[in-house]
Write a protein that binds this ligand. Structure first.
Ligand code: A2P
Length: 276
């Protein structure tokens, strides 16, 4: 199924280009339903996090779906909150996630953001991988400089950097550095949390292609081979967001969308970091 088109990571594993992001979907039936609908629509990639507090619903939906564990790519993220717990250990935190997710491993485990500096959690991420608790390891919300600092001390390099990425936040400096380092940049908030759906350029391209603005924004990512994580809790939108592998944007349309960028070659993951 097209929703399972994958890209190879530097460690040899493959990530499906389309995934359901479940940020802000409340734990419980709403999240279970969203994940079930996504799996029924052909998604084989679900992106959650310890911070989202809905891993248990993801686990429940996977179990209810009856789909084999090896058919679905699951990501969760380590929440590096040392204020909350000074001796935080990514491997121990992942073991707790796995219980909630009802599985013995995830496919990808990310440092959610570089809280208290980008490097301290990395040894624990490597240990999580050595213990077989996760197949791949990576980071999220890391700038070029933060990637450099992690890379300098790592025995295993991050294979993913998941960041806010869409035509309005093209972050070309960060994207180029990731390409150079063999790190796959992965896109969250591909619709600008919904804000970019009403943009006139996006709507114009959508009209030309007889597609929806959401499909245009998502296609813009996958056409660059960037894994993309749209969030929706509504069945018809989850299905709509999966129909992005049966059309192509022209080079001129890609360029029109690139022209919306407001980050001007940024090497940072966010202009407004929410961590310290
Ligand atoms: P909802 O969950 O009610 O469907 P992002 O992926 O950039 O974070 O954007 C998510 C936001 O966009 C959510 O508010 C979601 O609302 C909305 N959304 C997701 N898919 C679509 C779609 N196909 N059409 C319109 N709105 C969408």
């Amino acid at each position: 199924m097209t929703a399972q088109i994958t890209r190879e990571l530097a460690d040899g594993y493959r990530i499906p280009l389309l995934g359901l992001g479940v940020w802000q979907i409340p734990d419980g039936r709403e999240c279970v339903n969203a994940v079930r609908w996504a799996l029924e629509a052909g998604y084989r990639h679900i992106d959650t996090a310890q911070d989202y507090e809905n891993e248990a619903s993801v686990g429940r939906a996977l179990e209810e779906s009856g789909i084999g564990r090896d058919e679905v790519f699951i990501t969760t993220k380590f929440q590096p909150d040392k204020d909350f717990q000074p001796d935080m250990d990514p491997a121990a935190a992942l073991e707790r996630s796995l219980e909630r997710l009802r599985t013995d491993h995830v496919d990808l485990y990310l440092v959610h953001f570089p809280q208290d500096g980008p490097t301290w959690a990395w040894a624990g991420m490597e240990r999580s991988q050595e213990l077989g608790l996760t197949r791949s390891i990576g980071v999220s919300n890391f700038s070029v400089e933060a990637l450099r600092l992690v890379g300098a001390q790592a025995s295993r390099q991050p294979v993913i950097n998941q960041v806010q990425f869409n035509p309005f936040a093209l972050r070309s400096g960060l994207l180029e550095a990731c390409d150079r380092l063999g790190i796959v940049l992965e896109a969250y908030s591909p619709l600008g949390t919904g804000r970019h759906l009403g943009d006139e350029v996006v709507k114009d391209v959508a009209r030309r292609r007889a597609r929806t603005p959401a499909q245009v924004l998502l296609r813009w990512c996958v056409q660059r081979r960037i894994p993309v994580l749209p969030k929706s809790a509504r069945r018809e939108r989850i299905e709509e967001n999966a129909r992005i592998f049966d059309f192509e944007l022209s080079q001129a349309e890609m360029a029109m969308l690139d022209g919306l960028d407001r980050t001007g070659g940024a090497t940072v993951a966010r202009e407004d970091p929410f961590w310290t």
